[in-house]
Write a protein that binds this ligand. Structure first.
Ligand code: PLP
Length: 379
């Protein structure tokens, strides 16, 4: 019998320590392992870039949470993304990316991989015909982010899996915003799930990390080879913090969603707000796809402010509980101005975001306090 999500989060990959019975997986702060004779490994571990028991526990847990067979933990989300491109693409290949991807992902393609010989085209992933039209003979990969950062665009993963299959391309889904609790891309036909575990999986804004999960063992092995060969692995303490965060993912996500829904209600009725971007709103263009593939609609909310960029910046600077800062997915609420902060790297590109946009990562504090804080900042 398959165990439930909450059970897997607490137990998958996390047997009691065989030596001491410790219930919590220890932080194996070791770079190397004693061998019983040359090549005689005691436990399968030889060097901590290749594998470390704390990292293995996290990797097994992440694979279980995404319904995959192989999980790999990296030093950051971008390191995980880098490993995918190096492992699966060669110069001359073409990748379709979202027309509103995370700015750092766009920068990786535009400033690093384009020089290396990769070609890419942004396409509106909510429009399947537009994605089909963007496919060329060289398309090797379709890169999906859903919901997107910061515009909360939604792509239909199952429909894109069909386009990728027809094109003979790999479907990569960045599941950072939804987390595996709200959305499971492998079951919908994705080949690789990528995470910035810095966000909801870690959940406490105390660690930077990334992950890949695959259902196909051979693909997992290929990525694992690159993880070791390129070396951007998660260290044992980072892996331990992320694993500790993952244990409470389900309860945190439900509270993030509860609070986000109340924030959306407030913003939608506010005269100073010209547009609220949230996949849970029936008028959101991706609402139907989101309702089909997500358990709930997440803790991220973006909105546009009447009065333009200066007023949007003023709102960001006026909140007290919503901390002005980059990143997202932690227990504490954050506010930011994407145009001048997280998405400055896409200024002047086709991915430029509106300058009156404010992004909220709605935390799990008391909702009345969060609503009062926003009401005061919008006054
Ligand atoms: N993917 C998304 C959707 C993100 O929001 C981020 C970071 O904000 C990343 C990937 C990159 O992750 P990291 O910052 O852990 O390298």
């Amino acid at each position: 019998m398959t165990e439930g999500f909450e059970t897997l989060a607490i137990h998958a990959g996390q047997e009691a320590d065989p030596h001491t019975g410790a219930v919590v997986v220890p932080i194996y702060a070791t770079s190397t392992y004693k061998q019983d004779g040359v090549g005689g490994l005691r436990s399968g571990y030889e060097y901590s870039r290749s594998a470390n028991p704390t990292r293995t526990a996290l990797e097994e847990c992440l694979a279980a949470l995404e319904g995959g067979t192989r999980g790999l933990a990296f030093a950051s989300g971008l390191a995980a993304e880098d490993a995918i491109l190096r492992a699966l693409c060669v110069p001359g290949d073409h990748v379709i990316i979202p027309s509103d991807a995370y700015g750092g992902t766009y920068r990786l393609f535009a400033k690093v991989y384009e020089r290396w010989g990769l070609t890419f085209d942004p396409a509106p992933l909510g429009d399947i015909d537009a994605v089909r039209a963007a496919v060329t003979d060289s398309t090797r990969m379709i890169w999906v982010e859903t919901p997107t950062n910061p515009l909360l665009g939604v792509a239909d993963i199952a429909a894109l899996a069909q386009v990728a299959r027809e094109a003979g391309a790999t479907l990569v889904v960045d599941n950072t915003f939804a987390s595996p609790y709200l959305q499971q891309p492998l079951a919908l036909g994705a080949d690789i799930v990528v995470h910035s575990t810095t966000k909801y999986l870690g959940g406490h804004s105390d660690v930077v990390g990334g992950a890949l999960v695959t259902a196909d063992a051979e693909l997992g092995e290929r990525l694992a080879f690159h993880q070791n060969a390129m070396g951007a692995v998660a260290g044992p303490f980072d892996a331990w913090l992320t694993l500790r965060g993952a244990k409470t993912l389900a309860v945190r996500m439900d509270r993030h969603c509860d609070n986000a829904e109340r924030v959306v209600e407030l913003l939608s009725a506010h005269p100073k707000v010209t547009q609220v971007l949230y996949p849970g709103l029936p008028g959101h263009p991706g609402h139907e796809a989101a309702a089909k593939q997500m358990r709930r609609f997440g803790g991220m909310v973006s909105f546009r402010v009447a009065g333009g960029p200066d007023e949007a910046v003023r709102v960001c600077e006026r909140t007290r509980l919503f901390t002005l800062g980059e990143s997202l997915g932690g227990v504490e609420s954050l506010i930011e101005h994407p145009g001048r902060m997280t998405h400055q790297s896409v200024a002047g590109s086709p991915l430029e975001v509106p300058d009156d946009l404010v992004r909220l990562s709605v935390g799990i504090e008391s909702i009345d306090d969060l609503l009062a804080d926003l009401t005061e900042a919008l006054r």
